[in-house]
Design a protein around this ligand. Structure first.
Ligand code: ADP
Ligand code: MG
Ligand code: ZN
Length: 480
């Protein structure tokens, strides 16, 4: 029997606000446990929540960027359950009236064809605290850190439109890219700022009804997402082919073993006894707030990639790489603003800046040792013929380590390209004189020797001879 997999994702994205969603406590990551708490986020009796308006503003931007309908009147609901990291005994979330609905993102399927993934809903909610289980021998207790309690989240729920692990990864990548471009989430999956729950089911090809799904919680990297989905697909197929049944349950991904394990049977919505939160007013969003948000939207990644290809004439791959972050794209555009050759600038972004960033383990452009003006200056020198592309590589490395401009480096090190005919001709003659029999073979048509001669001449000139002139002169000598 052939099987088809169905996947729907719930993504929790932590909003980059300074303070929590219902109180003034800081949201900074990594502080000592329970130092960023107050009566509201500790759930003390009588404390009342006050909505952080930034969270609404961010949500509206996300809604616009993901093609959602914005519910201009929406409200919070209590999701009741007991867990030691949830001091109130309920989570403030949204239920029947989320702030955003009916959106979509466009990705590519595994064959590279365009594919639309529906977004069912996006709602605002508070995060829970974090339990710590000491591993010391004999430790028979757990600790709770409530710094994360009440930190603002958006939960982004997709339609069950995803059909492979690859599509799931591309969907989350695109979503993450948009959130980071908007500046509403730092996208840091290691720190849990973006977490994915993967709902997976399988059905025989041709069957219309969906199979029973399992939900694998809190997957926190793209690699794990792919592994978790593929593992779950295979596991479910094996259970069904053995005549078994899939139980609707919540599972956990075990990153060490690369498998999912059963955690608990799945709650149904009615288990949570949702009801409107009486402590909070309905959220009302005016048309002018929406228009303000729309006006403040940056150019989004898809539009930027499209412009880099259609207006700047870059290959699709270049646009793809440069638009991965807004900072990278902006840096690239600053180079182009100073030296108007997009492809040359892109080559140096990819083969120079990004390559060195990878080599040096640099994750952001924040501490980049070279400036856009330095790269543009280097491109100017190449264009005018003052330095060859070979020398430019050395100049680039020197710019990277010293932070000096290309012009300074070229001047200090005497790297200016030799474009003086007589000077180059002297070197060409010397090399021919040293290798008379090779030169006869070259003249006789042995093309392989061209490289040998050019190499020798370039080495003799310490890489400074203008390569175009070397080729021309060599040809002239061969002819006569
Ligand atoms: P819950 O909170 O109970 O998990 P949600 O509605 O928030 O429910 O999320 C359900 C998720 O599961 C959605 O992303 C949806 O697309 C997905 N889903 C629903 N049914 C299936 C199914 N049979 N197979 C795979 N995914 C499914
Ligand atoms: Mg769920
Ligand atoms: Zn607080």
């Amino acid at each position: 029997m052939r099987w088809e997999m169905i996947v729907g994702l719930e993504v929790h994205a932590q909003m980059l606000t300074k303070t929590k969603i219902f109180c003034g406590c800081s949201t900074a990551f990594g502080s000592s446990p329970n130092t960023q708490v107050c009566p509201v986020c500790l759930g003390l009796p009588g404390a009342l929540p006050v909505l952080n308006s930034k969270v609404v503003q961010y949500a509206v931007k996300v809604g616009l960027a993901t093609n959602c309908t914005i519910n201009q009147s929406n409200r919070f609901a209590r999701k009741n359950y007991f867990y030691p990291d949830l001091p109130k005994g309920y989570q403030i979330s949204q239920f029947e009236k989320p702030i955003l609905e009916f959106g979509h993102l466009d990705i590519e399927d595994d064959a590279g064809a365009p594919k639309r993934i529906g977004i069912t809903r996006i709602h605002m909610e508070e995060d829970a605290g974090k339990l710590l289980h000491p591993e010391a021998p004999g430790a028979d207790y757990s600790l709770v850190d409530l710094n994360r309690a009440c930190v603002p989240l958006l939960e982004i729920v997709s339609e069950p439109d995803i059909r492979s692990a690859g599509e799931a990864v591309r969907y989350v990548r695109k979503l993450r890219e948009i959130l980071v471009y908007l500046g509403v989430c730092d996208g840091n999956m290691n720190e849990g700022s973006l977490r994915v729950d993967a709902n997976v089911s399988v059905r025989p090809v041709g069957q219309e009804k969906f199979g029973t799904r399992t939900e694998t919680k809190n997957v926190n990297s793209f690699k794990f997402l792919e592994q978790a989905i593929n593992y779950e697909r295979q596991r479910q197929i094996e259970v069904l082919e053995d005549g078994g049944e899939i139980v609707q349950e919540t599972r956990l991904f075990d990153a060490v073993r690369g498998i999912t394990v059963s955690m608990r049977s799945k709650e149904e919505a009615h288990d949570y006894r949702y009801f409107p939160d009486p402590d909070l007013l309905p959220v009302v969003i005016s048309q002018s707030e929406i228009e303000d948000a729309r006006a403040s939207l940056p150019e989004l990644p898809d539009a930027k990639r499209e412009r880099f290809v259609s207006t700047l004439g870059l290959p699709k791959l270049d646009a793809e790489v440069l638009c991965q972050t807004r900072e990278m794209a902006d840096f690239f555009e600053s180079v182009v603003a100073l030296h108007n050759d997009p492809k040359a600038a892109s080559n140096w972004m990819m083969g120079g800046v990004l390559k060195n960033m990878n080599r040096d383990g640099m994750e952001t452009l924040a501490r980049l040792p070279v400036k856009a003006s330095h790269i543009a200056g280097m491109l100017d020198l190449m264009k005018s013929g003052a330095i060859s592309s070979k020398i430019a590589k050395d100049v680039f490395e020197e710019m990277w380590t010293s932070g000096k401009s290309a012009a300074e480096i070229v001047k200090e090190k005497g790297l200016t390209q030799i474009s003086d005919t007589s000077e180059i001709e002297a070197i060409v003659d010397a090399i021919i004189a040293k290798n008379p029999s090779e030169f006869e073979r070259l003249k006789g048509g042995d093309q392989k020797l061209t490289g040998f001669f050019v190499g020798q001449i370039m080495r003799e000139s310490k890489g400074k001879a203008n390569p175009g002139m070397v080729n021309d002169l060599l040809k002239k000598k061969m002819e006569g």
